[in-house]
Structure formats: structure tokens, C-alpha cells
Design a protein around this ligand. Structure first.
Ligand code: KIV
Ligand code: ZN
Length: 511
């Protein structure tokens, strides 16, 4: 018998803390359903006290998910814990994850608390969380830079107080594999009641070591790994779920445990997260990058044709690469459309919403004959984005792009229902379009990133555009998809500017 390795996904919480990756309630439900389908054990759905929107999103995920445990994050305060308990009230299986920093630098300079006060607060938080559920997780934040003796005292005390999972975060991604593995080994050895809790790890990727550190911890006794799809997360991100899962599965000789995931859902889930957040996956990314199973060199191709194992250690279909088949076309009906979206975890709230999405599907099918799952996901994302873009709507766009001529654009927008038109020249049609839009909106923002990705292959593919826009320290991402990439670009820019126009009142858990 080998142990089970619990996969705790925090895409919806730590992943959402990536600048510009915030998700709406419906987007969170779509991702949570995809994670449930992948059989992720625990889904951390958010930080309920951050805002009313965050509370409602965690509540909605708790209501929608039946097979995975749904978790809410709470600082070690009564208000945070009560809010998390309330949000998770209807979950089939609920977990409260409470945390407080234990490193000298965090205690002295961030919390301005003594170690004794931190210890007391940690115990009180776990006891309060236990009033809502017996499934309580505690994290000593910045454990990777905490003093071992103090860490042992805190862990022993929170286990006595009722924590069932103790998570050891390398919050700032400072650790290296051997050291982090030793830390887990020492904690399990030295904490007298360590057998009463599952040890978990949560590694950030600042030195590119998040997955290596997590795996070193598994070898040394950790039995839960906290990770995110595509490695999304604060700064350089968290340990990537797909890499942890496939390393443990592929190297059974090294890791004495097994995962319960349906790994064929990895690629569809990766695409969904990328489409919703606008964070593209680099082509050479392990497991989920477009090149991860592509064999460019002749020698490799020859080897793979003779015997796949010469150059491949995993099968592409085991992580879901063969899943993206043509699913619908021009002649598909409303029922087929609804059924396929239901299979993808998308439910429409009303017949009206279904009809609106179906009309968009028919428009797309006129321009593009074969519609894939990724097209459908982008279409649903687009429908959600339209609701976000209430105040700024694209009415018309005319661009001129001709050899030897300066590209120019004429844009008409409805701003709060009033139509406004502007023209501009630019270095290319997208540049001209953005200049014309900025003339109308006068946002004063700075465009920090612009990227285009083809959703599927072929020149009739939809282009998915992501932009990052900053103003006064606030960063937002915008997305748009269309078979015409200039229109997709305009939509993405308008989506980002709409977000900048919306008020923001959201607390960050770790500040
Ligand atoms: O990185 C971190 O320390 C966290 C904690 C809240 C677990 O995200
Ligand atoms: Zn984190």
C-alpha cells in the first residue's frame, strides 16, 4: 500500500493573486468544475473576507462542487474565520485554511507582534475555525525563513488545538530542494504530535524551484502539495499542478505515494485557466506547453516512430492532448451546443443566455467551419467579458492597412450609452486602433503588455488577445477573442479599460 498524495489546488486563490488575474464568480465556477472533473482533492476557492464579490464567489463554488473539498482562506482573526465559515456553510465538504506569519522578519516588521502573541493567535484561530468544521488547515506563513524551534512549538500547539493539516509555505520562494526537504523531515521528526496531522507544502517559484522543493518535501514525508494550474500565482507563481502530478505518476520508483487525479483533464484545464485569466502558456512549458510533446529534430522523430519510449517518458493522451477534437460545426443545433457546453461544465442561467450564446456560436461558425472545445470556452469567456464591459462598447471599427501607407483606424464606441468617434494613425492597425480608443476614453493608462495567441490551428483560428494596462499602481488584464485580430485587440483593450473604470475595494490576504 502506498500513501495518497493530496492535491490541493489554489488557482482560484493564490493564482488569482497574480497581477491582473482576478476572476468573476462564474469564471471561478467554471474552473472549479474543471478541477472537480480532474478529481482534485481540495479546491481553495478564495479569500472570503476580501470583498463581497470574493465571499459570493467562494459561496457559489461551495454550492456547485460536490466531489472535492472546498476551502476558504482566512487570516488568524475572528472576522476572517467567521466570514470563511459562513461562505462555506453549504459545502458538501468544507475546509478552513487559516494562517499567520512565523518568520522573524514578518513578525517584527509586518505584524509587529512578539512570537508569543503569534503563537497565541495561531491557536485561537484554529479553535475558532473548528467551530465551523473539523477540517482545519493551519499555515505558518514564511515558514521557509522561520526559526526551527519556534516553528516546532507553533505546529505542536496548532495540532493540539485541532488543525488536521499543517501546511509549510515557502512564501517568498527562498528555499532550495535539499534544505526544504530537510525542513519537512525535521518537523515531522521533532514535533511530538506530528502523526496527528497531514504535512503539506506550498512553494513559490521565485528561484524557479517551486516544483523541485515540493517534490523534495514529498520524499521527506509531506502528503499534500498545494499547487496551481499552469503554475499561476503571486509574482513568479506557485508549484505547477501538472508538473507535480506527472512527476509523481511517472516516477513511482522515487515517490512513495499516488495521486487520485484524472490526468487526461490536465490539458483542457490548463487551456481553460489560460483562456479565463489571459495568461498564455509558454510553448516549451512542461506537460501543457504546445511543444511539450512535439518532436522537431529528425533523430527524435525517427526514434519515436520506431519506439515511442526512446524519447517520450509520458504519453500525450495521458495528459489530455488528444482531447481537442472538432466538436461542432455550422449545422449543429442548439441542443448539441448546450450539451457540449454542459460537458465542459458550463450551465446557462436562463434560456435567454443560452440563446445569446448560441447566436454568437452561429456567427463564429459562419466564419470558421470547425468549432473546437477551446473555441467554445473562448466564446463563453467572451460572453462574460461583455457583461464586464457595460460602460465601454465597441460600435464599429474601420482600419486601413496598405503597403507604403500609414495605417489608420476609425473607431466608434458607446461610452455609457453615448456614441463617440475618433480616428488615429499608428505604426500598425492595432496601434492606430488603440490610439483612437485612448483619444475617446482618455484613460491616461499605460499599456504594459500586448500578446496574441491563436486559439486553434489554421488561419481561420480565433485570435485571443491579452493586454495588461496600468494606472496609478493598479494593474488589470484585458482579453478579447475574434477571428479578426484587430477586432480581438480592440475588445481586449476595452475590457482592460472597463476594469480600470470599475471601483476596487478588495483586501489582499498577505499585506
Ligand atoms: O505563500 C503563502 O505563504 C500563502 C499562504 C497564505 C499559505 O499563500
Ligand atoms: Zn502563496
Amino acid at each position: 500500500m502506498t500513501d495518497k498524495l493530496i492535491i490541493f489546488d489554489t488557482t482560484l486563490r493564490d493564482g488569482e493573486q497574480s497581477p491582473g488575474a482576478s476572476m468573476t464568480r462564474d469564471e471561478k465556477i467554471r474552473i472549479a468544475k474543471a478541477l472537480e472533473k480532474m478529481r482534485v482533492d481540495v479546491i481553495e476557492a478564495g479569500f472570503p473576507v476580501a470583498s463581497l464579490g470574493d465571499f459570493e464567489a467562494v459561496q457559489a463554488v461551495a454550492n456547485a462542487i460536490k466531489d472535492s473539498t472546498v476551502c476558504g482562506l482566512a487570516r488568524a482573526t475572528d472576522t476572517d474565520i467567521d466570514r470563511a465559515g459562513e461562505a462555506l456553510k453549504n459545502a458538501n465538504s468544507a475546509r478552513i485554511h487559516t494562517f499567520i506569519a512565523t518568520s522573524p522578519i514578518h513578525m517584527a516588521d509586518k505584524l509587529r507582534m512578539s512570537p508569543e502573541q503569534v503563537l497565541e493567535r495561531a491557536v485561537a484561530a484554529v479553535k475558532r475555525a473548528r467551530k465551523y468544521t473539523d477540517n482545519v488547515e493551519f499555515s505558518p506563513e514564511d515558514a521557509g525563513r522561520s526559526e526551527l524551534d519556534f516553528l516546532c512549538r507553533v505546529i505542536e500547539a496548532v495540532i493540539d488545538a485541532g488543525a488536521r493539516t499543517v501546511n509549510i509555505p515557502d512564501t517568498v520562494g527562498y528555499n532550495v530542494p535539499q534544505q526544504f526537504g530537510n525542513l519537512i523531515h525535521n518537523l515531522i521528526e521533532r514535533v511530538p504530535n506530528s502523526d496527528k496531522a497531514i504535512f503539506s507544502v506550498h512553494c513559490h517559484n521565485d528561484l524557479g524551484l517551486a516544483v523541485a522543493n515540493s517534490l523534495a518535501a514529498v520524499v521527506n514525508g509531506a502528503r499534500q502539495v498545494e499547487c496551481t494550474v499552469n503554475g499561476l500565482g503571486e509574482r513568479a507563481g506557485n508549484a505547477a499542478l501538472e508538473e507535480i502530478a506527472m512527476a509523481v505518476r511517472t516516477r513511482k520508483d522515487v515517490f512513495p505515494c499516488q495521486i487520485g487525479l484524472d490526468t487526461t483533464q490536465i490539458v483542457p484545464c490548463s487551456r481553460l485557466v489560460s483562456s479565463i485569466t489571459g495568461f498564455a502558456v509558454q510553448p516549451n512549458k512542461a506537460i501543457v506547453g504546445a511543444n511539450a510533446f512535439a518532436h522537431e529534430s529528425g533523430i527524435h522523430q525517427d526514434g519515436v516512430l520506431k519506439k515511442r519510449e526512446t524519447y517520450e517518458i509520458m504519453r500525450a493522451q495521458d495528459v489530455g492532448w488528444s482531447e481537442n477534437r472538432m466538436v461542432l460545426g455550422k449545422h449543429s443545433g442548439r441542443n448539441a451546443f448546450r450539451t457540449r457546453l454542459r460537458e465542459l461544465g458550463v450551465e446557462f442561467e436562463s434560456e435567454e443566455d443560452l440563446n445569446a450564446a448560441f447566436r454568437r456560436f452561429k456567427d463564429l461558425a459562419d466564419k470558421k467551419h470547425e468549432i473546437y472545445d477551446d473555441d467554445l470556452q473562448a466564446l463563453v469567456t467572451e460572453t462574460g467579458l461583455e457583461a464586464e464591459n457595460e460602460r465601454l462598447k465597441l460600435v464599429s471599427l474601420h482600419v486601413c492597412s496598405e503597403t507604403g501607407e500609414t495605417p489608420a483606424a476609425a473607431v466608434t464606441l458607446a461610452v455609457d450609452g453615448i456614441e463617440k468617434r475618433q480616428t488615429a494613425d499608428g505604426g500598425g492597425p492595432v496601434d492606430a486602433t488603440y490610439k483612437a480608443i485612448e483619444k475617446i476614453v482618455e484613460s491616461g493608462s499605460e499599456l504594459q503588455l500586448y500578446s496574441v495567441n491563436a486559439i486553434t490551428s489554421g488561419t481561420d483560428s480565433q485570435g485571443e488577445v491579452t493586454v495588461r494596462v496600468a494606472k496609478g499602481g493598479r494593474i488589470v488584464n484585458g482579453q478579447g477573442a475574434d477571428t479578426d485580430i484587430v477586432i480581438a485587440s480592440a475588445k481586449a483593450y476595452l475590457n482592460a479599460l472597463s476594469k480600470l473604470m470599475a471601483p476596487m475595494e478588495r483586501a489582499h490576504p498577505q499585506l
